[in-house]
Design a protein around this ligand. Sequence first.
Ligand SMILES: NC(=O)c1ccc[n+]([C@@H]2O[C@H](COP(=O)([O-])OP(=O)(O)OC[C@H]3O[C@@H](n4cnc5c(N)ncnc54)[C@H](O)[C@@H]3O)[C@@H](O)[C@H]2O)c1
Length: 334
Amino acid sequence: MISNNIDFNNKIILITGGAGFIGSNLAFYFQEYFPDSNIIIFDCFRSESKFSNGNLKSFGHYKNLIGFEGTIICGNINNQNDLNLLSKYKFDYIFHLAAISDTRVYDQNIIMQTNINSFYSFLKLAKRDKAAIIYASSAATYGSLLSPQIEGFENPENPYGFSKLMMDQIAKDFAIKNTDIVVVGLRYFNVYGPREYYKKNTSSMVIQLGHQILNGNPPRLFEGSDRIFRDFIYIDDVIQANIKACTPKKNGVYNVGSGNPRSFQEIADILQKKLGTNYQTEYFPNPYDGYQMHTQADISSSKTNLYFEPIVSLEEGISNYILDIKRLHGTENI
Ligand SMILES: NC(=O)c1ccc[n+]([C@@H]2O[C@H](COP(=O)([O-])OP(=O)(O)OC[C@H]3O[C@@H](n4cnc5c(N)ncnc54)[C@H](O)[C@@H]3O)[C@@H](O)[C@H]2O)c1
């Protein structure tokens, strides 16, 4: 159990996006370690509508919440009537994770509306209740800037990254005016782990390659994948960051990565080892121009100001995750 001495029992905790990958893991963390906490999940869940890129508009899934004993409110963060359903609670903590999380959505209008406008509503709620608010920012704010990526130097290259950077600016402004409220943004790098399966083709390369191999196919990677590095971070370390963000040394936006970049090739190799296969990797040309070749979170500020210390290596993370990858293989993802 991760500790920062907060007893979350008897606290009222809002998790927006709680039917999604990170939000559902956070909900189960509180349920397991603070059984008397009062957890409210607000999520629109998965509908069948799709963006023009063919991906679903939202990835929340009831299967991520099987066993959850708290309260679920199905609502859209863009809809004031739905948000009114939250008005009867007085929150102690707000974890705001609901967003269009798909980095390849280019409908700027819907991204800005969902990711930026709705943020004001949750800041207002935090102010009303004097609740700490921890929200999801993203490494996409850095675009393809050279590694290591460090807070304060951003260059988003898609609408999603831009929307997250605007959230950071809004939070900064809010924090200046509301010094009595904890407001912390967490810039997640490449998160992987249980309960990401329902993100379909936006889930991590770990599960996607794992299922490819379990299908009896060799891992397929871009040419030069031994030179494409990402900062992968296991879900347990992301939960740690969320908990520690509740008592920051100071408000701000902080990188949440391992600080230790690894290549796509290494993921495929570790998976093959754990799954007992020995396929020759198949390579194909990378179709993307200006593809980010290397991400690496500079986590010095997160360490100093949140006491964040990632502890799960890629090998350990994949080991912990492998049974779940096997369990989900071949199951319906609808
Ligand atoms: N997973 C990562 O690697 C990663 C990296 C960087 C940032 N993030 C951010 O972290 C947060 C959580 O990411 P995740 O990986 O759990 O993604 P996810 O897609 O699984 O979770 C997002 C949740 O938000 C809900 N949602 C979407 N639009 C909504 C709306 N209009 N109203 C209400 N609910 C809505 C979805 O149903 C989903 O359950 C997101 O804000 C994402 O941008 C994630």
